[in-house]
Design a protein around this ligand. Sequence first.
Ligand code: SF4
Length: 441
Amino acid sequence: MNWDRTYHITTFGCQMNEHDSETIAGMLSEMGFTESLERDRADVVIINTCSVRENADKRFFGTLGQLKHLKKENPDFTVCVCGCMMQQQHIIDSIKTKYPWVDIIFGTHNIHQFPQLLSSVLTEKEKIVNVWEDGGEIVEGLPAKRLYKHKSFVNIMYGCNNFCTYCIVPYTRGRERSRKPEDILDEVKRLVADGVREVTLLGQNVNSYQGDGQTDFADLIYRLNEVEGLERIRFMTSHPKDLSDKLIQAYVDCGKLCDYIHLPVQSGSSRVLKRMNRRYTRESYLQLIQKLKKAVPGITISTDIIVGFPGETEEDFQETLDLVRQVEYDSAFTFLYSIRKGTPAEKYEDQIPENVKHQRFNRLVELVNSISAKKNAAYVGKIEKVLVEGPSKTSSQTYTGRTEGFKLINFPAGPELTGKLVDVEVTEGKTFSLEGRIAKL
Ligand code: SF4
């Protein structure tokens, strides 16, 4: 059946969720739906949730509350919710009792069923809760409506086996399951044929990718490096405990693998890392960074850091600051620890008072930003290869793109350059971005 209706998707959370939303949009397009940029004018609203950050939880319930009046005005208006939060029974119970205007609840493991669920709701006018506890076989060949024409996310694996004590992901996304290398290669070739020049390989812990028992993550990179027409390969996220020498060698051997890594450290204190169940120490992390910097001179490095994990002392926090100074991250995502229901750290009794957490957080952000600004300033005068993404949000004359090291750069250009790799001379380094001009060669 071809549904001549509109949809709007609100996405919270990580790249994994963004990519799931692209898949949902692709399936809706195949059903005949068109995208509405205004949520309140759409016939079907989908909210893709995240349970990793407390803020995303709050924003989700706020958004759900705002939809009540739309349902009242138009009983045909359809509200669908999905994503990590739906993998938790207490969330489903709370939606059922407090937000009865929600029509469909589905989870991270049965996204492929969404067209079927939506068709039943639209024809039968019933409500559906269908959340799978585990991911079964990986479903291949789902469509996706990409956010960008020239770059794309590609899932290489799903789930996580690591059980960091603060994290809910292993409970909401299930155990690790890797896609077959042939399926990934086929998808990348199709994307390249459709104009994609850069792919970002996605997984909670890409380093533990085990494609067919013979192809590990580094092997996959080597194989993708051979794909004709593909210009850039990135990946996210990498767990320090599994980052192999073979992968570091792949940076040296594979010209298409961008000299950039996101390597979450979470804390600079081995004692805190142990309580987080990260399974590496401050020392082993720093050794890894040294190896990377030696093998790939100029590599840009970003990280995630949690401030105020239960039991974190001022001394532990000082170790984090010291590690940040030593590594000199190009950027860091900093988070205030917040309790995730159902995780081991929820039960830790030595929670840190909010005012201490905030005070440490501010000190960390100040340090991270000063390093970013210093590192970006050092780019002035350099020529960077930039994949042009399109006009910036603020001006149609200014275009934006990413350097190989994943730095955001703005420069005057025209639409003919969108999707092209161009040389840009850096003219200014700011804290969070660079300014530049097309280089005269
Ligand atoms: S590696 Fe740790 S933080 Fe990352 S998804 Fe798995 S459990 Fe969560």
